[in-house]
Design a protein around this ligand. Structure first.
Ligand code: ZN
Length: 158
């Protein structure tokens, strides 16, 4: 168990495409466990490997229903639309309005390297899209309507 340093915007590791994971190794198992620890410590709902400086196609997600680990994930299907506030652990204290599909189906490998298909709606669909974008070196700011703002500004309005 270890907390890794979360890379922030400006670090070029966040702009690079990630490599497929060909097989499970001890090193990759440790990475996944560290990613989960780091995500929970930072109170995030998702983390992608490049956010801890590793260019591998691995994401961890927990929207409140328990941990999900996706290795080499691909989006199979999307449907509908949702517009909501989105933030990122690599841009702390900021958020912005992003339109995403409301339903997303993904195929990936789990920690046993077994193929799984998962469906998500709402926040989970948003997390799938956000984290898989990271694996392509893309961040949500490119998609924000009207620019990112401080999270505090948003909370004051509520
Ligand atoms: Zn992010």
């Amino acid at each position: 168990m270890a907390i890794r340093k979360i890379r922030e915007v400006g670090d070029e590791v966040l702009t690079k495409p990630c490599k497929e994971v060909p097989k499970m190794t001890l090193r990759t198992k440790i990475l996944i466990n560290d990613m989960l620890d780091t995500m929970y410590e930072a109170m995030g709902v998702g983390l992608a490997a490049p956010q801890v400086g590793i260019l591998k196609r691995i994401v961890t997600i927990d929207v409140g229903d328990g941990p999900i680990v996706l290795i080499n994930p691909v989006i199979l299907e999307t449907d509908g639309e949702q517009c909501g506030e989105e933030g990122c652990l690599s841009l702390p204290g900021k958020s912005g309005l992003v339109t995403r599909p409301n339903y997303v189906k993904v195929r990936a490998l789990n920690e046993e390297m077994e193929e799984v298909e998962l469906e998500g709606e709402g926040l989970l669909a948003r997390a799938f899209c956000h984290e898989i974008d990271h694996l392509e070196g893309k961040m949500y700011m490119e998609l924000v309507e009207g620019g990112v703002h401080d999270v505090e500004d948003c909370e004051e309005e509520e």
